[in-house]
Design a protein around this ligand. Structure first.
Ligand SMILES: NC(=O)c1ccc[n+]([C@@H]2O[C@H](COP(=O)([O-])OP(=O)(O)OC[C@H]3O[C@@H](n4cnc5c(N)ncnc54)[C@H](O)[C@@H]3O)[C@@H](O)[C@H]2O)c1
Length: 426
């Protein structure tokens, strides 16, 4: 069993009694799980962890996935049947966001270790259910895969804050840009339907909210926000509006035509990731802003635009004795739809420290990241899959805290900017 023994004084200490080998079931034949698969196939984990099964509601997708990624494991369309038959030690949940909670809770109640992709879930009700399940099963190893906090730039900022380089943190500005390649990709997929994702406030911004919680070592208490669908969807009617690109009458002329991977999506009956970006069915925001108050007293202004000219983020942290400015932006050809995370990009990554009383800003060196998401993937995967796992991995509660901010922001936007008490959402 992939469980850990709880030491009441140090609940994060992993017991040496835990068996090293984990038989892992993939819950979701997703694009995302290929990153986990890649690392589990690495020499380091051979004979340590083994992928033994896959579950998804779409048999055609699983068939395509197995062929494309050369994975020879039994596949299931029923989660309980998979667990009863295979008895995995661990499940990695990478299904659509709205469904994580169901599998996370079932896994914990079956005493199966669980790694859930972010966002852990999509609303406060699911947060409560997960918190209750964790309380019933405190010994079960359960992690939220908040990789973004492990980017070298974020870790460097965290190190400097914790060392007191800028003194007590007083305020933060967080600006996120998704360009018209990456940002628009969400509007071709299930992410653009609130029932599946509850919006980018959960799906995308949970990364940023987790980073704020992590950097400030605090949690949000109040939030107010406004948002709109300003570029994609119905409000911006397009002359080539349709349903799905591959069956659209305008596919030969539409500049936004997108060809999905037909080898992966063997059957187009359930879902294909080529939904029309101008569809009236899109019911999430692509542009929103918030003011968030944290328990530690920090006020944070946050904004995201999912149709920006270029991609990246700028984080400014003002402290009592200094100011940090972290910038990670990149420029690329947004018309090349071949790969969302492509390589032909011009990157600008800087970290600047301004010490009060000194005229000259200081340029801080940022360690180079290796692998997916600028090094963030290896940062978290190394911690999850090491034996024993690193105790400092994002917990279920960390996942819940990021979701609560997103859910409270959705609520505030819905109510025209009302202030929402974040912790009272549950
Ligand atoms: N941490 C990161 O950097 C990162 C990056 C990308 C995606 N993700 C997360 O990974 C997850 C997968 O995202 P993706 O873009 O790879 O998705 P995807 O569309 O490639 O795959 C989602 C899968 O879920 C399946 N599915 C749909 N409804 C289901 C249900 N009711 N039960 C079981 N399976 C169901 C679909 O058939 C599909 O195979 C999401 O939660 C996303 O937020 C995380």
């Amino acid at each position: 069993m992939f469980v850990r023994k709880i030491n009441k004084e140090q609940p994060n200490i992993i017991s040496k009694e835990r068996k090293i080998m984990a038989r892992i079931a993939l819950v979701g034949a997703s694009s995302r799980v290929t990153a986990f698969l890649g690392v589990l196939r690495n020499e380091i984990y051979k004979g340590v962890h083994e992928v033994v099964a896959m579950f998804d509601i779409d048999p055609g997708k699983m068939e395509g996935f197995k062929e494309k990624y050369k994975l020879d494991v039994p596949c299931f369309t029923d989660f309980d049947e998979m667990c009863d038959t295979i008895k995995p030690d661990m499940v990695i949940v990478t299904t659509v966001d709205a469904t994580h909670a169901e599998f996370v809770i079932k896994a914990m109640d079956r005493k199966i270790a669980v790694v859930s992709e972010k966002p852990l879930c999509i609303n406060a009700e699911q947060c409560k259910q997960i918190r209750d399940a964790k309380a019933r099963n405190p010994e079960v190893f359960a992690v939220t895969s908040h990789n973004a906090r492990y980017s070298p730039l974020t870790l460097k900022v965290k190190e400097m804050i914790d060392k007191g380089v800028i003194g007590k943190v007083l305020r933060m500005e967080y600006t996120e840009m998704l360009d018209r390649k990456h940002g628009t990709s969400y509007f071709r997929r299930w992410n653009s339907r609130r029932a599946c994702s509850n919006g980018l406030e959960l799906h995308k911004s949970c990364h940023h909210f987790d980073k704020m919680n992590f950097l400030l070592d605090s949690k949000a208490i109040e939030i107010t926000g406004m948002g709109d669908l300003t570029y994609h969807g119905q409000k911006n009617p397009h002359k080539y509006e349709g349903k799905r690109c591959h069956e659209c009458e305008h596919k030969d002329v539409c500049p936004d035509f997108f060809a999905y991977d037909k080898e992966l999506y063997k059957s187009d009956a359930i879902y294909t990731p080529d939904l029309c970006i101008w569809s009236p069915d899109i019911d999430i925001e692509d542009n929103y802003a918030a003011v968030i108050k944290f328990e530690c007293g920090v006020l944070c202004t946050y904004s995201i635009c999912a149709h920006s000219q270029y991609e990246g983020e700028v984080i400014i942290i003002e402290g009592e004795t200094g100011r940090l400015e972290a910038k990670n932006v990149y420029f690329r050809d947004i018309n090349d739809q071949s790969n969302t995370h492509d390589t032909n990009i011009i990157t600008q990554q800087t970290l600047t420290l301004c010490r009060f009383g000194k005229g000259e800003p200081e340029s801080i060196e940022i360690p180079k990241g290796v692998g997916g998401h600028g090094g963030a993937d290896l940062g978290i995967f190394g911690k999850i899959f090491s034996t024993p796992p690193d105790p400092n991995i994002p917990t279920m509660e960390d996942g819940i805290q990021a979701v609560l901010i997103g859910a409270a922001l959705v609520e505030s936007i819905k109510k025209g900017g009302n202030v929402i008490k974040v912790q009272e959402m549950i």
